[in-house]
Design a protein around this ligand. Sequence first.
Ligand SMILES: C[S@@+](CC[C@H](N)C(=O)[O-])C[C@H]1O[C@@H](n2cnc3c(N)ncnc32)[C@H](O)[C@@H]1O
Length: 284
Amino acid sequence: MGKYREVIYKLKDKEAESLIIEDLNMIDFSKFFIEEDAERSINLLKLYFNLKDEYEKEVLSRLAKYNLELVADQILEEKNWLDEWIKSVKVFEFIDGVWINPYLDKKVEKPGLVLNIVPGSAFGTGTHTTTKLAAKLLSEIGCEGKYVLDVGTGSGILAVYAKKMGARYVKAVDNDIFAVEKAQEAAKLNKVDIDIQKSDLLKDINTDIKYDILVSNIIAEVLIELIEDPKFHIILNNKANIVFSGIIKEKEDIMLTEAKKYGLELKKRMEDVGWVALWFQKVI
Ligand SMILES: C[S@@+](CC[C@H](N)C(=O)[O-])C[C@H]1O[C@@H](n2cnc3c(N)ncnc32)[C@H](O)[C@@H]1O
């Protein structure tokens, strides 16, 4: 563990927050988190760079356009930003009746479902709006007895949730090996059986299994790539339900046009603080 540069900005509103997250996701930068300060009702954006970090220049120049107020810019000695973040997490209600237990060594009893998701370098600790929207739609669809595919599983949170809702078989893929490892850890911790594989979207998965539900919380550009892949249509059963999340409001129309072009019928949309999640059904 070496020195880190920590840059902290004050965030003005939730809409800007979603645009910023989308911007950082676009370049695959993940060493940041948003700290909510409920007492002062402000959110802080905390970013971490290794010294000589390849992302540093690109990230800071992308953020310049938001005119954020700089709160701190400092070099931290031998401090692990991940540990600092982990210290700040608590048990919380992820969506109605579903709780997240972020502790590796503590059991939590709550009415409803408890998902054990320990924070780490993979995305998906349950605090993010896009994950919550995807989970809400999954719960509405219902996973009992279903074959579910989670594309871009991150920490494995949605795959674990689907399995805990009674899915018969869950497959989860991610193109990031750290996410694959984290998702495997989550499956073990939750004592659920999930088939987890490294794959760039659907490239490395076989077409023997057909799915009833596909969930993917990535960004609009990548979701469009997914719809355009012929394999996407091959591996889905007729009337399969598809949940797309991670779409910023500005990209919703493109998503809808693209989905319609490929025979997906919109069943429901949900929106929160500039993020949109769409539930489609394959009509043929
Ligand atoms: C926004 S996170 C979502 C994580 C989790 N599913 C959730 O809902 O919280 C997106 C995830 O998609 C993965 N991802 C991005 N592009 C991908 C691709 N082309 N193929 C597979 N996974 C991808 C990222 O590594 C990341 O883990």
